[in-house]
Each structure stands twice: as structure tokens, then as C-alpha cells.
Design a protein around this ligand. Structure first.
Ligand code: FES
Ligand SMILES: [Fe+2]
Length: 343
């Protein structure tokens, strides 16, 4: 393996693998104005068209390069604020009001990104380039079953997303980092096990304390998912354990967009009760826990830290290997042996 390829792999992984769907944030992020955002190191603009569909294109006007995110939105049509040309969601010039026979008219000049909106969230396809068509976006059961109720919360964290990914597949951190906010049995010597699932892997402790992490799973099915289940005290209402989906997407190599779904296995009136309790009480409780992760991860050195891993780190180690194998597969397919990219 050449050092040059290794460096390329690290660069690609540092701002996020291509040829994947990425959660770019909650639905509410795109309202009635064009919004500029950076994801995977690219400057983008999102807006809703007249039907409410979210469009996402590079934040670059093909005339002279002004940011389209500063543009005007009228009846779902985006026009550049500088000289007024209009751009469609496919990145095509649809009007040049000041020069109706302009040669730019009808041309596709801006890169666009397919977007799916579902369960109060937005996912965008980031192909290696625009010619790579999206794979089907397959949501985990909790995002499609009426038996589950949930809400996303969202924040920007000042850290590389790989620290967040490590954290949400690191089953040995909660009893220490969240010792003061959650009831966890602490100080029990343990070992960590990994179980491949076909689309990723689950992480478990050899000794399972029922009041601790119920499930921790990484899924790569064309999009990246992290399923985390943990104990909810009876005061949290019906629905059993929390099911949490912490989805961290790189903004750039130093910042992450973190969108976290809080879910309970409830529907009907219990779903309404969860919604009420979530808004009035539960989110404060959860946010206190998330803050502990945020504070720790923002205090880490710039990625990558110097490390000395031990047995408990097999979750993060496995995840890192998966992502790097996939990056190598995209950059230099002949260097990756068949099957090594499976988690
Ligand atoms: S730079 Fe956008 S219309 Fe001129
Ligand atoms: Fe945590």
C-alpha cells in the first residue's frame, strides 16, 4: 500500500466517504429561505420549491460565482441576488431576466444532489461525482414503522465527525462519561464483543447489565446508521428503552453536523404522551447526557489523536477499517481484496 494512497484515503475519510447517502440535518433546517450549508467540505445551498420539495445544489452561481444562498426565493424559484439569473433544483439555468436570449439559458451548469426527506430529516446523495447515480435509500425499521415515535435534535459540534462515530460505537464509555447523568453500573471489568450483521456489526459487552446499553449497531447500507438503545427509567413514561440514532455528518474536517433521533416504541396516545413529555422534560434529561459527549469530543486534539488502543476499542477499530477499506475501494479498486470492505 503506497503512502500516497494512504494519504488520499485519510483525506477522503476526513471529510466523509463519497457514494453514500448522508443525513444533512433535520427537515426544519430548510424553511422559507435559501440556506447555505457546508457538508463533506462542499459549500451547498438548499431551498424548498413551490411543492415544498427540498433542492440541494452547489452554492455557486454559474454566471460569476456569487453564493446562491444569498439569492432570492419567489414561489419556490431561486434567483441569484447579483444579476438575477434563476437556477433549478437540477442546477439548470431557467431564466436570465436581463438577457432573455442569453446562451446560458437551459444549460445545466451547477452540480445538484438528490435529496430525500423522511421522518423529519433530510438525506442527500454524495456521489464521487454527479454521474454516479444514487443507490436506494433504505431506512431502518424504526424510521418507517408506525409503532415508533421520534424526534430529531440537531447541533454543530466543533470536532471531526470520526470522533463522534467512534463515540457512538464505543460501548465502554457511558458508565464513565455519563456516570453523573445516567444510572449505570460502574467499574465492572468487562470485554467487548463484535457480531457481524451483513450490513455492519453490533457491539456488546460480554457481561450485560440489564440497566445498561441495550444495543449498539453500525449499519452501512448505502447510508450510515448508528442504532443505540439504552435504559430509560420508569419516570420517562411508556415505550421501554430509548432508541437513539446519532447521525454525525462532516461539515468539514473540523466540524460536524450532529442530528440525533430520540425514539420510543410507542404510537397512538402513548406517542402523544411521549411527544408532550419530550418537549416538557425528557429532552432536557437527554441533552445533559449528549452535552457530556459534546464537551469531551470538542476537547479532543485535532483528528487523529495519538492513541494506545486496547480490547474495548474493537468497535471504533472495526468501524475505521470498514470506512478506509471502502475509501480504498473507491480510489484504487485493485488494491482491495474481495470481501475486506465488509464490516
Ligand atoms: S453572479 Fe449570479 S447572476 Fe451574476
Ligand atoms: Fe455518550
Amino acid at each position: 500500500m503506497s503512502a500516497a494512497l494512504d494519504a488520499q484515503v485519510e483525506r477522503m475519510v476526513g471529510t466523509g466517504l463519497r457514494n453514500r447517502w448522508w443525513c444533512i440535518g433535520p427537515s426544519a433546517m430548510v424553511a422559507d429561505k435559501p440556506i447555505g450549508l457546508m457538508r463533506l467540505g462542499s459549500k451547498l445551498v438548499a431551498w424548498r420549491d413551490a411543492e415544498g420539495k427540498v433542492n440541494l445544489v452547489d452554492d455557486w452561481c454559474p454566471h460569476r460565482g456569487a453564493p446562491l444562498s444569498m439569492g432570492r426565493l419567489a414561489e419556490g424559484r431561486l434567483s441569484c441576488r447579483y444579476h438575477g439569473i434563476e437556477i433549478t433544483g437540477e442546477g439548470r439555468v431557467s431564466a436570465v431576466p436581463a438577457l432573455p436570449d442569453c446562451h446560458l439559458l437551459g444549460k445545466k451548469l451547477v452540480r445538484s444532489y438528490p435529496v430525500v426527506e423522511h421522518f423529519q430529516g433530510l438525506w442527500a446523495w454524495f456521489g464521487a461525482d454527479e454521474s454516479v447515480p444514487p443507490v436506494p435509500l433504505v431506512f431502518p425499521e424504526e424510521f418507517t414503522s408506525p409503532e415508533w415515535t421520534g424526534f430529531p435534535i440537531s447541533a454543530t459540534w466543533q470536532t471531526n465527525y470520526q470522533y463522534v462515530w467512534d463515540n457512538v460505537i464505543d460501548i465502554m464509555h457511558p458508565e464513565y462519561l455519563h456516570k453523573d447523568t445516567q444510572y449505570f453500573e460502574t467499574g465492572v471489568a468487562n470485554k467487548v464483543k463484535i457480531t457481524p450483521t451483513g450490513t455492519g456489526f453490533k457491539v456488546n459487552r460480554e457481561i450485560y447489565a440489564g440497566d445498561n446499553v441495550e444495543v449498539m449497531e453500525f449499519i452501512d447500507n448505502g447510508a450510515f446508521w448508528f442504532r443505540v438503545g439504552f435504559h430509560a427509567p420508569p419516570a420517562c413514561g411508556p415505550g421501554g428503552n430509548w432508541r437513539v440514532w446519532p447521525l454525525a455528518t462532516p461539515i468539514d474536517e473540523h466540524r460536524s453536523q450532529v442530528t440525533i433521533w430520540r425514539m420510543r416504541h410507542v404510537s397512538g396516545w402513548e406517542g402523544d404522551l411521549f411527544r408532550f413529555m419530550f418537549n416538557t422534560k425528557l429532552e432536557q434529561y437527554n441533552w445533559a447526557i449528549v452535552l457530556e459527549d459534546k464537551v469531551m469530543l470538542e476537547a479532543m486534539p485535532p483528528w487523529p489523536a495519538a492513541e494506545n488502543l486496547y480490547q474495548h476499542d474493537i468497535g471504533p477499530a472495526r468501524l475505521r477499517r470498514h470506512v478506509r477499506d471502502e475509501a480504498r475501494r473507491q480510489l484504487a479498486p485493485s488494491t482491495v481484496k474481495a470481501g475486506t470492505a465488509s464490516a
